[in-house]
Design a protein. Structure first.
Length: 370
């Protein structure tokens, strides 16, 4: 039996919250066996991704008219209805009626009554974190680190669906990541290490320059992805290794890229459920991992070699904070000029805000061993 887009969306929302399923894994799985036409598939995708991003705002909209806790599926039906009414601006007769139809039978009266009130009542948001639907700590850390206006603009942009950018070789990769790979400046014949490389987005671009690329990652399963994405005619060797103690002699490489594990706060639009998964301790916890990785990478540079450190996040602790560590621990390394606009200088590196060029948010630092 074919499900409707709204019913499928409700199934996906239940699994994301109840089972901790990843939106970008559970949705294609449900769509694959749904029998839905392309238009309905797009609508179901919009409903699942949008309602997941806007979960906190939707809860605020409906909680004004609830007096008791609800079963998860009923709550998700209400969130779905509130999302259609407020974020998609749909007419109440369609949004309410059709959402009521997919709600559990015993709760249809309640869902109908609450959504009708949600459709009519004016909204006064208590704060930006609720209106923009982020955990308080995400709003607080970005406001402190970017300033209130830039943080609000970044948070707004990350509530929209990202564009799909495809490289000439067909690999789908955000432009900001492509710019980071270009900034490594790899040349034919050079020895280049990309030590946090999976799934290989940047490593495959580095190998396309004709440089000899070593692409490592700590997770064996993810190293398999690098190999799947590599072109057989490009010089790339993949290995499983901890970048903090990779099996290479000092002064081996012309260029080393550390595209480090990070809190990912620059890519929240790409992974709608990520904002609810990352915890407030992530930036400081990851900053110490990042410091260890760049320390080890610095040793691998030949004289004249370049270290590139990048993260897809915007917190100071994981960007300028890691550079403060590098400046103190490796004073001989000389900063190279940061890339020009749309990147903004940030300490000795550069930061790309998601609102500047419609890309992911990113940070980049390049240092040269004299
Ligand atoms: C931001 S992702 C890399 C994305 C990749 N550079 C690309 O462009 O496709 C960070 C990667 O670092 C890996 N990682 C985490 N800790 C590591 C460590 N100590 N050593 C090596 N890799 C690590 C993770 O498994 C993850 O694949």
């Amino acid at each position: 039996m074919t499900v409707s887009a709204r019913e499928l969306a409700l199934d996906a929302l239940d699994r994301i919250e109840r089972d901790g399923a990843y939106a970008n894994i559970v949705l294609p799985e449900l769509l694959g066996r749904s029998g839905l036409e392309s238009r309905d598939r797009h609508f179901a995708t919009e409903l699942v991704y949008g309602t997941t991003r806007m979960r906190r705002a939707c809860d605020f909209l409906v909680d004004r008219f609830l007096t008791r806790d609800l079963d998860l599926r009923v709550r998700n039906a209400l969130r779905l209805g509130a999302y259609q009414l407020h974020m998609l601006g749909m007419k109440p007769h369609a949004a309410v009626g059709e959402t009521v139809e997919v709600a559990p039978k015993a709760a249809r009266g309640l869902v109908n009554a609450v959504l009708r009130r949600v459709a009519e009542a004016p909204v006064t948001w208590p704060d930006d974190a609720t209106r923009l639907s982020y955990p308080d700590w995400v709003v607080e850390v970005l406001t402190a680190d970017l300033g209130a206006d830039a943080a609000r603009a970044a948070l707004e942009v990350m509530n929209t669906a990202p564009p799909v950018t495809e490289r000439a070789d067909g690999y789908v990769q955000d432009l900001a990541s492509q710019w980071v790979a270009e900034s490594v400046g790899a040349c034919p014949g050079e020895r280049v290490a990309d030590l946090c490389a999976a799934p290989g987005g940047k490593a495959t671009l580095l190998a396309a320059t004709g440089a000899h690329v070593v692409a490592g990652d700590i997770r064996k399963g993810r190293v398999g992805l690098i190999l799947e994405n590599a072109r057989p005619d490009h010089p790339l060797a993949a290995l499983v290794a901890d970048a903090a103690c990779a099996p290479f002699a000092a002064a081996t490489f012309d260029r080393v890229l550390i595209d480090a594990p990070c809190s990912g706060l620059g890519t929240l639009r790409r992974r709608p459920d990520a904002r609810w998964r990352v915890d407030a301790s992530a930036p400081s916890r990851l900053a110490s991992v990042q410091a260890r990785l760049v320390d080890a990478a610095a040793v691998l540079l030949k004289p004249g070699g370049t270290l590139v450190y990048s993260v897809c996040t915007l917190t100071n602790s994981e960007t300028s904070g890691v550079d403060d560590h590098l400046a103190a621990a490796h004073p001989a390394l000389v900063p190279l000029p940061p890339p020009a606009g749309p990147w903004d200088p940030h300490g000795r590196g550069a930061r790309l805000l998601p609102q500047s060029a419609g890309t992911d948010g990113m940070y980049l630092l390049r240092l040269r061993r004299p």
